[in-house]
Design a protein around this ligand. Sequence first.
Ligand code: SER
Length: 580
Amino acid sequence: MNLKDLYINYFISKGHKQIPSAPVVPENDASVLFNTAGMQPLIPYLMGTPHPYGTKLTDYQKCIRTNDLDEVGDTYHHTFFEMLGNWSLGDYFKKEAITYSFEFLTKVLNIPVERLAVTVFAGNDTIPFDEESKSIWLSLGIPEERIAATSEDNFWIAGETGPCGPDSEMFYWRSEDEIPVSFDPEDKRWVEIWNDVFMQYEKKADGSVIELPKKNVDTGMGVERTTAILEGVNDNYASSIWKDVIEKIEEISGKKYEENEISMRIIADHIRTSVFILADDAGVIPSNTDRGYILRRLIRRMIRHARKLNIDLNSNFETELAKLIINKYSKYYEEISKNENHILEELTKEKVKFSKTLEKGLRVFEKETANISKIDKDLAFKLYDTYGFPIELTTELATEKGLEVDTEGFKEKFKEHQEKSRTASKGMFKGGLAGDSETETKYHTATHLLNAALKITVSNDVHQKGSNINNERMRFDFSCDHKLTEEEIKNTEELVNKWIKEDLPVSVKEMPKEEAVNIGAEHMFIDRYPDMVTVYFIGDVSKEICMGPHVKSTSEIGEFKIIKEEASSAGVRRIKAIIK
Ligand code: SER
């Protein structure tokens, strides 16, 4: 059995309910691009909202961290990884959490106690030393010399504010060297494998720390790293998780891993992350902004390294590799096989697009950098604008040649360019064509109207579960236990159009979050909002906590039309609509 199954089975045997992995694109949180930890989708529940599956949960969660994107190429960085976790939402606390961790490591994974060490929270001005965790570890058989205490590294919080608390980390001795009696957390031969966070506090925006309504446990174990450790390999990419992917790259390129480790790791990592982003129902595709740009960078960097290995870019290497990933993971993530065609199509589309300019761009790069030591902003911008080289790709190429890049200058030039195109599209607007943001603003207000209409035409229990807007359409996910009837769809559409015709005024008011809730303003995750919120009112038909922007009055929206109604996930329906 693999680590993932062992973990989930163990925690189910301890009374936990398995919850499905949340999408990599956070459903109702525009503040982060991707889910970066197992606990992220659980924040509202850690803050006190009851979880539908109960108080003891376990899962494996898809995570994407792109701040280390350029580090990929070594033995242990990945842009996508899976995190195992078990949670107690106001149920058990330190004793059980640590005992479960110890038992799983030593009895299920059969790790000898001699190879383990732990850290606990040393305390600071406001929160005391975690003596309790230390004595639990001692009672389980971890010797005193193998328990270290730190302040900075043993307090966990995702970002700046939110649920947080002291933690206890577990380390494994990953070396052939003799194991030292005393544990030194700075010694890199000790590798962190698991983290038990005791979330009993909430950090506020003003820096103060208050007690949460309940004491929770949040734990996280990285699948890639722990699998490599259990299999006794020092290179994550040599573990069973990656072996077949690396072998496939060797086969396609006719080259050996040992001589091409960096490029092969980059290809393996980036294709897997791209597959998972494309598989997500959020519908991210390669573009020049936000998530779409991360995806584009991943695919383009992967293609550049494939070319470095002399892989024929006209072959279907990208879909061959993607299919391998899809087969491997579809047992765990249904959206991967469900969206297989879309994944393969988008990968190939982006490859074809980039292959067209890559050769020429590389030639320009070689020619223009022959006698210089620094790439100036104009060349960097030309590579971006004409040949589609993300700035990070230019920097990588430059580093390989020992050249510098004026990235600051590039950023300025990039901004100037954006401003120019914005002015151009405003000009078009004056001439009678709507610019991007105007259309999106209309869709935004239409979303509020749709939300309000569904409550009348379908059920008062309808609540927004997510939304996504672009220039062409809006998508709206909402809680609902049935497929909408044709009648319901028709009534909803008519009601929204009636409100549009009535030209209802849109107004906005800032107020404390409690007041917004009291007046019945629609909201999703109340715990995530700041203390003061903005509420948008549309006539007297809708009030919603929202950051805007919105149109001034509803007649600006035009005609609203529902083009599709379908299932999104269990108990959640999705409407796609357009405005004309
Ligand atoms: N939230 C903690 C982490 O990401 C434990 O899950 O390390």
